[in-house]
Each structure stands twice: as structure tokens, then as C-alpha cells.
Design a protein around this ligand. Structure first.
Ligand code: ZN
Length: 165
């Protein structure tokens, strides 16, 4: 996809906004589970997504942003979730982390692919910067996954899902 700068900025703003909202939900859920450590991690992710969102909004000052036609920036839902209510059930910490990781990987791949395919130097530069940031988020979640007990059942055993490395 060869994004123009306004298209890219519009997607990045939407993507960071979506991340902040989903992390807020995950943080509240972990709090309800009394998992304060993972809740705090997700609140940090809310904070960083908002900071990133704000800086992209600032970068977009004076740029007329297009209305988005794609839904690429939305997080994918865990397979048990029906319809729009992503969190109308309880996720344990391990699966919450896996879910977040999967979406961070999508964001990383998204920015990477935009960086590779865009012909605009500014889009390439920003996309590479954002991809590096998402790579750090994936690594942070991998650290947490390595320290979090795996529950006995459900979707981490699903062969369609890639294992965290
Ligand atoms: Zn991220």
C-alpha cells in the first residue's frame, strides 16, 4: 500500500487511539482479576499509546487528514469473543498478554509494510520509527509472557495461532 503522508498519519492516529482504548479495557479487566502487576503494565501501555497519539496529532497539524476507509487499525478480537464486544468474557493474564502481543505484532507488521511500500520519504521515515517502537512493545510483552503462568486450556492451544517465541 503506497500511503500518502495524510493517509499514513490518519491511520497511525487511529491505530494508537485504538491501542489506548483496548489497553485501558485490559487494565480494568486485570484489576478486576486482582492482577495488579499486569494491570500496571497495561496502564503503562495506555500511557505510551496516548503519548504516541499526541505526538502524531501534533505532527499532523496543518495536514488535512482523509476519512479512513479501512478498518486495519482496529485490534483483532480473541476467537472466543463474539461480535463487537471484545471483552464480554474474562481473560486470564496470560491470554490477555497474548492477545495484546498479537495486536502489537499486527501494528509492527503494518508500519513495517507501509515503510517498505511507500514512495514518500517522510512516510518511510515515520513508519520505520513507529515499527521500531512496536517492536519494543512486542519484546516487552514477550518478557511478561515468559514470567506469566500459562493457564491449562483454551486458545493458546489453537494450532491456528502462532506461539509466542
Ligand atoms: Zn504498541
Amino acid at each position: 500500500m503506497n500511503y500518502s503522508l495524510p493517509e499514513f498519519l490518519a491511520h497511525a492516529i487511529a491505530l494508537e487511539n485504538e491501542s489506548a482504548e483496548r489497553y485501558l479495557e485490559l487494565a480494568d479487566m486485570m484489576e478486576a482479576h486482582r492482577n495488579d502487576a499486569v494491570s500496571a503494565l497495561f496502564r503503562d501501555m495506555v500511557h505510551y499509546s496516548r503519548l504516541h497519539h499526541t505526538s502524531i496529532v501534533e505532527r499532523a497539524q496543518g495536514v488535512t487528514l482523509p476519512r479512513l476507509r479501512s478498518w486495519e487499525y482496529r485490534w483483532s478480537l480473541p476467537p472466543e469473543a463474539g461480535g463487537e464486544e471484545a471483552f464480554d468474557y474474562t481473560l486470564d493474564a496470560y491470554n490477555a498478554l497474548r492477545y495484546a502481543r498479537e495486536n502489537e505484532v499486527r501494528a509492527m507488521e503494518y508500519y513495517t509494510s507501509v515503510g517498505l511500500h511507500s514512495t514518500e520519504p517522510e512516510v518511510k521515515r515515520l513508519a520505520a520509527e513507529f515499527a521500531a517502537e512496536e517492536t519494543e512493545h512486542v519484546a516487552a510483552l514477550d518478557d511478561w509472557l515468559a514470567r506469566t503462568a500459562r493457564p491449562s486450556a483454551t486458545w493458546q492451544d489453537d494450532p491456528d495461532r502462532s506461539a509466542p517465541v
